[in-house]
Design a protein around this ligand. Structure first.
Ligand code: ACO
Ligand code: AKG
Length: 395
């Protein structure tokens, strides 16, 4: 038993086996979350754990940002990790020089390709944008860097220009082309279509960088992988610009469960999530998939009764797979099996009548918004049962 259920429907839709690598961008796009700034030591801690998980590429930062950023990126580059270290650069020489100075393996060179970006941000024609990218790429290649050739806002760029843009990248020696869903406009079906089209345009691997403005970043990333995208961008806890990026923990668990990609050490995900919460100051929702406090918490009586027979009834995967813990909560929705189980854990065996008394009180308490902490259960049982035996003696 692998500790998780497999999705039998995948066999029916006959997807191709997927061949992907993860480029985690927590230290770059994740750090662009308003108010977030990681220290050098924090970047190194996060990078070390990403490397232990087995992430293939770590985007350590955007070195031109500041001297401090450059120092942090350099430190990550000098850690001797197995992962390749990537950096971001605009299509200008000073940005690429900063990446070269850090000793990175890879550079993601980008320029906005949509009419909106060309007109209002770059004030360049399409041809001028291509020229900048080609010059920057040739320079980076001359300095031995692996180059990701990115169309920022690709998903609001027309197909004809996108084709000319990516083909110019391939022709000047870029190693990857990047589809950036910069404002998260895609759906799984349009992303699948777009990746298919781009794969026909060029013969170099395709990357995807998905934002979560409509809550579809992970779904779009998975759809891209299914369509043959090689490099998937993620951020721990889904942090990043605005609504964030595709979350690392959700993408890795999706890859494992749906596509059998089993080479990442997912047991480190919960610890990494906690580290990023601490260093970024950005909490995750209780009900956040995979790493939220409630991801393996259960109150409903029907669910706990079934879970006590077999975990898979109400858990897609076991908490240990991601370094998490299962938790049973007593409240309004509890049933007798859950209560008896939790009491037994504390060495207390309840009769049917005692169970009814305690359960009624738990429900009464929770209906007035008073939740019962696990440590309070033994105390409550003793109190209720001593009252009950006193009233029986008096009668
Ligand atoms: C999609 C993304 O996430 S892109 C990454 C976004 N991240 C960041 O911006 C974080 C780090 N940024 C910074 O620290 C600063 O913005 C810096 C150091 C990069 C630039 O600072 P400044 O020189 O003061 O420029 P400012 O931020 O005001 O404006 C951006 C400039 O970059 C230019 N630019 C933006 N993208 C690109 C590009 N891909 N290629 C070339 N130039 C670009 C803009 O046209 C503008 O140029 P201008 O100053 O000639 O008008
Ligand atoms: O080119 C890249 O990898 C970064 C692009 C990006 O951050 C974005 O478009 O949101």
């Amino acid at each position: 038993m692998p500790g998780y259920s497999t999705n039998e429907w995948m066999k029916l839709i006959k997807t191709e086996p997927i061949d992907v690598e993860i480029c985690d961008v927590t230290l770059r796009d994740g750090e662009q979350t308003p108010g977030v700034s990681f220290t050098k030591e924090e970047k190194m801690d996060i990078a070390r754990t990403l490397d232990e998980i087995g992430v293939e590429i770590i985007e350590a930062g955007f070195p031109i940002t500041s001297n401090g950023e450059k120092e942090s990126v350099k430190a990550v580059c000098n850690m001797g990790l197995n992962a390749k270290i990537s950096c971001l650069a605009r299509a200008i020489k000073p940005d690429i020089d900063a990446v070269i100075d850090c000793g990175a393996d890879m550079v993601g060179i980008f320029i906005g390709t949509s009419d909106l970006h060309l007109t209002y941000k770059h004030k360049k024609t399409q041809e001028e944008a291509i020229e900048c990218m080609v010059t920057a790429t040739e320079y980076a290649k001359k300095h031995g860097l692996i180059v990701r050739f990115a169309a920022e806002d690709s998903t609001r760029t027309g197909p004809d220009f996108l084709k000319r843009f990516y083909q110019a990248g391939e022709a000047c020696g870029a190693d990857y082309v990047n589809i950036a869903d910069t404002v998260g406009i895609m759906t799984p079906s349009t992303m699948k279509y777009l990746v298919g089209e781009v794969r026909h345009m060029v013969n170099i691997p395709v990357c995807v960088h998905c934002h979560d403005d409509l809550g579809l970043a992970v779904a779009n990333t998975m759809a891209a992988a299914e369509a043959g995208a090689k490099q998937l961008h993620t951020c721990v806890n889904g942090i990043g610009e605005r609504a964030g990026n595709a979350s690392l923990e959700e993408v890795l668990m999706g890859l494992k469960i749906h596509y059998g990609v089993d080479r990442y050490d997912t047991s480190l995900l919960k610890g990494l999530s906690e580290m990023v919460i601490k260093y970024s100051g950005i909490p995750v929702a209780r009900n956040k998939a995979v790493v939220g406090q409630n991801a393996f918490a259960h109150e409903s009586g029907i669910h706990i009764a079934a879970l006590l027979e077999n975990d898979r009834t109400y858990e897609l995967f076991s908490p240990e797979i991601v370094g998490g813990n299962r938790e049973f909560i007593l409240g309004k929705h509890s049933g007798s099996k859950a209560l008896c189980y939790m009491a037994r854990q504390m060495g207390i065996t309840l009769s049917k009548a005692e169970t009814d008394i305690v359960l009624e009180e738990i429900k009464r308490m929770s209906e007035s918004k008073r939740s019962l902490r696990r440590e309070e259960l033994a105390e409550l049982i003793t109190l209720l049962l001593s009252k009950e035996s006193a009233s029986t003696t008096q009668a």
